[in-house]
Design a protein around this ligand. Structure first.
Ligand SMILES: [Mg+2]
Length: 360
């Protein structure tokens, strides 16, 4: 549902010159801003296990056995959604779901969340009640409870949610553990949400066909893969994981970068396009299923790396009631790039064409 490009000003001052001192991190894109923040706010040990740059931050409470995860995600009207296309309960559901997806990507079970909401004066009490009905449906479905928040007036609707998750046995998975030779898997289907957005762009807000309704539902009410994330983190079969929020072509290089030397060097990924679980019916309304699977974004599926020796165990033990997993490619030595490898072995680069708030 993202429609625009936002230009903000730089937050804060720097204490020391950093390797990102030249130019504006915002103009250079979302990843450059994250790199700037990692430099500006280095991790404070010992309680913090994982700081800026993963799907969620991870800390170990003093004296505790388990780990906690925290993440925050914001949806802005006109950028992330259009109010005329979005029922308030769907907006509530999605606002929480995108946060729970980041917890799922670490393998943490959702526990608590807070909601900060800015509302224009023309919104009715009924709209607000329906919005919180959607929040409640998603929270109840995944075991997460609202514990606070804030309200403000605003020119447009802005929802910012902070979600806390727990791993009682301390088993979490970060983006940074993949190694050359690992197999890359995804849960579910890719490109379905973007196919739903395309329907909205075409004016098909209430389609009859089952595939179209499925695409719209994936776009409006994405299902965070909490159960799959928790199982995978505990399986011992996965050593790097993230969720696909901005599109495979944009998110996979982030996993490569985190698993390499942290700056994009050291690890490439090869993806086999014919294996991608693309949402084929979208071709019926003029989409390219493969392009949407690579670049579409907002699928909120999990992307994870499995050591080759663990493949059999994963396939033998993965619960059949969880979303199907598909082997889409492999990690290889390289420099932080993603390649599409055709069945004849020919490689071509897959440039990041997913969503970036600050890309030009
Ligand atoms: Mg994420």
């Amino acid at each position: 549902m993202r429609q625009g490009i936002r230009q903000d000003t730089l937050p804060g001052r720097r204490r020391k010159p950093s390797r990102h001192a030249e130019g504006s991190p915002i103009r250079a894109g979302e990843d450059a801003l994250v790199e700037f923040l990692k430099d500006r706010f280095p991790p404070k040990k010992p309680a913090l296990e994982k700081g800026i740059g993963d799907d969620a931050a991870i800390w170990r409470p003093h004296g505790g056995e388990g780990l906690w995860a925290v993440t925050t995600d914001m949806l802005v009207e006109g950028i992330d959604f259009r109010r005329e296309w979005t029922a308030p309960e769907d907006l509530g559901y999605k606002s929480l779901a995108v946060n729970l997806s980041d917890l799922a990507a670490m393998g943490a079970a959702p526990r608590f969340f807070t909601v900060a909401l800015a509302l224009p004066p023309d919104l009715t009490g009924r709209w607000v009640r329906r919005f919180y009905d959607g929040i409640a449906e998603c929270g109840d479905g995944h075991g997460a409870a609202l514990v606070g928040g804030d309200l403000s007036g605003g020119g447009t609707v802005v929802v910012s949610i902070t979600a806390f998750g727990e791993s009682g046995d301390g088993k979490v998975v970060c983006r940074s553990g993949a190694r050359a030779g690992d197999l890359l898997y995804v849960t579910g289907t890719l490109g379905r949400s973007a196919a739903g957005l395309e329907l909205l762009r075409q004016g098909a807000t209430h389609p009859r066909a089952a595939a179209q309704r499925e695409a719209l539902r994936a776009h409006r009410k994405p299902e965070p893969r909490c159960a799959a994330g928790a199982w995978l983190a505990r399986s011992g079969c996965v050593r790097a994981m993230m969720d696909i929020s901005d599109g495979l072509s944009t998110d996979l290089p982030r996993l490569c970068a985190a698993s390499g030397d942290g700056a994009g060097a050291g690890m490439d990924a090869e993806v086999f396009p014919e294996r991608l679980p693309a949402f084929a019916p979208s071709s019926l309304w003029g989409c390219d299923p493969l392009a949407l699977a690579c670049d579409g974004g907002e699928d909120y599926e999990l992307l994870f790396a499995v050591p080759r020796a663990r493949r059999k165990r994963l396939l033998a033990t993965y619960p059949p009631d969880l979303p199907a997993v598909t082997h889409i490619g492999n990690m290889v030595e390289g420099r932080g790039k993603v390649w599409l490898v055709a069945s004849d072995g020919r490689r071509r680069p897959l440039p990041p064409r997913g969503f970036d708030h600050f890309a030009r």
